[in-house]
Design a protein around this ligand. Structure first.
Ligand SMILES: [Zn+2]
Length: 223
């Protein structure tokens, strides 16, 4: 799940228009950034099972990024960090912090929908969950497409963004959806897991940076 997380972030961005939607997209993708970083550090792992070329599903051991307990912890931490950042919103900063935490946790819920039962509740030896929607890839990708469409339809109209930036944001997110579909259907296996982790980290940083830039609100552009 990749583009679907962005779709949910856009829906959350519709709820709080005074905050750059790039923040919610970053929050919704945070667990994957932590995952790839931890894989590079050797704290979590990914391997390509024998059926990868047909299923496109790597196998993960990722209790610190995608465990239920860890996801709750990352959500609380992200919400707590957002609180002082958005103090200028006065009382609404609490709601913003809650939305950031919700965006982070939404990642776990969506991943639990598509992953095989490999998402641990706590440690790597704890029981695991996962509804395995990726076993029915057309349906899983349709769910992602619906989330993206919903996010774009709710967020873009009346977003307050300049027309060109609004169009560029829409196109960028549709490109993300296209790459998600390619990645889960016809893309060849990655040359190595470290190459996969490194390129995923870079992709996430560039994508979140681009969306934050395109999502700049008028008061941010004046800074
Ligand atoms: Zn994930």
């Amino acid at each position: 799940m990749f583009a679907g997380h962005v779709g949910v972030a856009l829906v959350i961005g519709r709820v709080e228009r005074r905050v750059n939607v790039g923040l919610f997209v970053t929050a919704a993708l945070l667990l994957d950034f932590v995952l790839w970083l931890f894989i590079l550090l050797g704290w979590e792992s990914v391997n390509m099972p024998d059926d990868f070329s047909t299923t496109h599903q790597p196998h993960f051991v990722f209790p610190y990024s995608h465990g239920l307990l860890a996801a709750a912890g990352w959500s609380l931490l992200a919400g707590a960090l957002a609180l002082p950042l958005y103090s200028y919103l006065k009382e609404a900063r609490w709601r913003t912090a809650a939305l950031v935490a919700a965006a982070v946790f939404s990642h776990w819920l969506l991943d639990a929908l598509v992953h095989r039962p490999e998402m641990p509740l706590t440690t790597s030896t704890s029981p695991t969950v996962g509804l395995a929607l990726w076993n029915n890839m057309p349906v899983a990708l349709a769910v992602e497409a619906v989330l993206v469409a919903l996010g774009l339809c709710l967020f873009l109209p009346h977003s307050g963004l300049a027309r060109q930036k609004s169009i560029a944001l829409g196109v960028l997110i549709l490109i993300v959806l296209m790459f998600t579909v390619i990645g889960m259907t016809v893309a060849p296996p990655p040359p190595s897991t470290s190459a996969m982790a490194g390129s995923s980290c870079v992709t996430l940083v560039v994508l979140c940076g681009l969306i934050a830039w395109l999502g700049q609100l008028p008061h941010e552009e004046r800074i």
